[in-house]
Design a binder for this molecule. Structure first.
Ligand code: FAD
Length: 444
């Protein structure tokens, strides 16, 4: 049994480890076009900001460690084609310029997503970046040497994390967002102004409702961003306006894509092409609340999918149960989390949704340093089904209680049952009636 894996980060390496553990006799080979495997891309903004010391700190396993476990790892090897009939892939050794044909019995395409690079004038100027992989982060760090002003385009979670981390480096930061506010993919409109307030409080110059028209430069280096609201001067520009799934290989193999543009896979992470699997950011998954196929590219999801694919490719039978759309991030002192559906998303799907908002403190009000926490809980009228929750809090760690809501959504729980839960209580951690219980009681 020869298992070939394309892409060596979260999904690819989870699959490789699992496959080898399931069938130690299987030959497992990973082709990675870059120079790194098995690292936490989620930590990239924090290396730039200094909370993480070195790029290497993000690496969980080195190629040597993987080889020690009997997994073949080929860095700098790009898979450029798939012949699903012959069960071979074409591999380009980038350094040597050599092309080889490699056979497989099972193939996993775990190629992730690419950052969207809009069709603006002069995006090839030095000092213009995206942030997806370690070399992107290293290139940004190089550009920042001697820079005073950074312009971040995009107010999604990566743009917001970057804004915080650039400020921590003492840089002057302008954040441009086309929409009227930031965090639009995460929170309902009523909750988004808190993000703007936090960014403003820390000196980020946020310009919402601003459309980028092009980049301008001098002697091949960026000097500013041309917008519909005028010129924004910048020494470095980071574009964080979204991602698109890397599905070229899957398409070439004859694999079906879903409506989202990501790979359509079954619960075993198998595509419609015999022997070809896909996992991670390039895949759709089942949303357990809506029962629809969604593309929500996140780290745990990629690892979970990779694990399932690895077991199945090695001859096992594992199923990926889906996601509930849980995400969490921090902007300066603010924690932000959501799971399930927002009120806006539920309404757009035609659900008879209702939400309650509760503001309380993250732990007992009489205990030192109690900070405000805001919770919106959304349920379905008539059925009493829990649909989702959003949390924003001034103690970032306190929004991790989103996991309670996520767990309840996974089991398709009702609002009433959430209220009846035996949640942990002591004054340093929560009020005796935790804010989630208060919200569930009001929504019930
Ligand atoms: P990737 O990590 O993208 O890996 C795919 C690999 O495939 C790449 O190394 C690529 O070089 C390789 N590849 C592609 N094509 C080929 C080819 N043809 N041949 C050979 N190799 C190929 N998620 C969270 O859940 N929480 C967070 O806080 C969070 N923060 C993030 C912050 C940043 C800045 C970024 C960029 C991402 C963040 N994510 C976060 C997302 C998370 O990193 C991804 O969900 C995860 O890395 C996806 O893993 P993957 O294996 O599917 O794809």
């Amino acid at each position: 049994m020869r298992i070939v894996i394309v892409g060596g980060v979260a999904a690819g390496m989870s699959a490789a480890s699992r496959a080898k553990r399931f069938d130690p006799d299987a030959e497992v080979v990973v082709f990675e076009r870059g120079d790194f495997i098995s690292y936490g891309a989620c930590g990239l903004p924090y290396v730039l900001g200094g909370a993480v010391g070195e790029w290497d700190d993000l690496i969980a396993r080195t190629p040597a460690q993987m080889r020690g476990r009997g997994i073949g790892v080929q860095l700098g090897h790009e898979v450029t084609g798939v012949d699903a009939e012959a069960r071979t892939v074409t591999v380009l050794d980038r350094a040597a310029g050599r092309v080889a044909t490699e056979p497989y019995d099972r193939l996993l395409v775990a190629t992730g997503v690419s950052a969207v690079r809009p069709d603006w004038a002069q995006t090839d100027l030095a000092g213009v970046h995206v942030l997806r992989e370690i070399p992107d982060g290293q290139a940004i760090a190089d550009s920042l040497k001697g820079a005073g002003r950074v312009c971040i385009v995009g107010g999604g979670y990566i743009g917001l994390e970057l804004a915080e981390n650039m400020c921590r480096q003492g840089l002057s930061v302008v954040l441009l967002e086309r929409n009227p506010d930031v965090g639009g993919r995460v929170l309902d409109p009523e909750y988004r102004p808190r993000l703007l307030d936090e960014l403003g409080r820390h000196g980020v110059d946020v310009r919402c409702g601003t459309t980028v028209e092009g980049l301008i430069g001098k002697a091949g280096r960026v000097t500013g961003v041309q917008t519909d609201g005028g010129l924004v001067r910048a020494d470095v520009v980071v574009v964080a306006v979204g991602v698109k799934p890397n599905v070229d290989l899957l398409r070439a193999a004859g694999a079906r894509l879903g409506k989202t543009g990501a790979a359509a896979v079954d619960v075993r992470q198998q595509t419609n092409v015999d022997g070809v699997y896909a996992a991670g950011d390039n895949c759709e998954s089942l949303h357990r609340v809506t029962r629809r196929r969604v593309h929500i590219p996140l780290g745990l999801t990629a690892n979970r999918m990779g694990r399932i694919a690895g077991i199945n490719m090695a001859g096992g039978d594992a199923k990926f149960p889906g996601v509930v759309g849980t995400s969490i991030f921090k902007v300066f002192g603010l924690g932000v989390a959501r799971t399930g559906l927002t009120q806006g998303e539920a309404a757009a799907l035609g659900l008879n949704a209702v939400s309650v908002d509760v503001t309380s403190t993250d732990h007992a009000g009489y205990y030192a340093d109690a900070r405000p926490i805001h919770v919106r809980l959304t349920g379905e009228r008539g059925t009493g089904r829990l649909l989702g929750g959003q949390l924003v809090a001034e103690n970032p760690l306190s929004v991790k209680r989103v996991d309670v809501i996520a767990a309840h959504l996974h089991s398709r729980g009702k609002v009433e049952d959430l209220f009846q839960m035996d949640l942990a209580y002591a004054p340093p951690f929560s009020g005796v009636w935790d804010v989630l219980l208060v919200a569930a009681d009001r929504l019930n």
